[in-house]
Design a protein around this ligand. Structure first.
Ligand code: FE2
Length: 157
């Protein structure tokens, strides 16, 4: 089992006990979806794919395990460090935890691994339901990412 599979086992162990099946489904769809989009965007941008996938898996964890989305970025970052222990280097862990802590700040520009997680997060929401209303910042990120991938942007208005 490689380290990403190990990490996903640790995350699954926290998601499986979520009692509300709808909440549990949303957690799986969103965290695995963002993780996969992180790999896609990391490959496109020449960034490390595996730590990007890890950041996606962990970025909203506290929002689901606590059933409370308020200020979840900091709480998810705090949960991430021990889950990464023994799998990711201190440098990788620092990068992943920082990206998670910053991911709700979609209006600001941070480092490339941070921006990657924000873009993957916004894009997963749009892919899940293209008809749903995104925040203006999330919609702008989606359009920019679709352009970057060579796709038309009219749908993500
Ligand atoms: Fe998210």
């Amino acid at each position: 089992m490689n380290r990403l599979e190990c990490l996903r086992e640790r995350v699954d162990a926290l998601l499986l006990p979520i009692t509300d099946p709808e909440e549990r489904r949303c957690a799986y769809v969103h965290l695995y979806g963002v993780s996969q989009l992180c790999v896609l965007l990391a490959a496109k941008r020449g960034l490390a794919t595996d730590p990007a996938a890890a950041a996606g898996m962990l970025h909203d964890l506290a929002a689901y395990t606590d059933a409370d989305p308020r200020e979840h970025a900091g709480r998810s970052a705090a949960m991430a460090a021990p889950l990464l222990e023994g799998l990711y280097s201190p440098e990788e862990t620092e990068q992943i935890v920082t990206a998670i802590a910053r991911h709700s700040d979609k209006q600001s520009r941070h480092e490339p691994p941070d921006e990657l997680l924000k873009d993957a997060d916004a894009l997963q929401h749009w892919l899940y339901n293209p008809s749903a209303q995104l925040s203006p910042h999330a919609a702008a990120r989606c359009r920019a990412t679709l352009r970057e991938l060579g796709l038309p942007t009219d749908e993500a208005e």
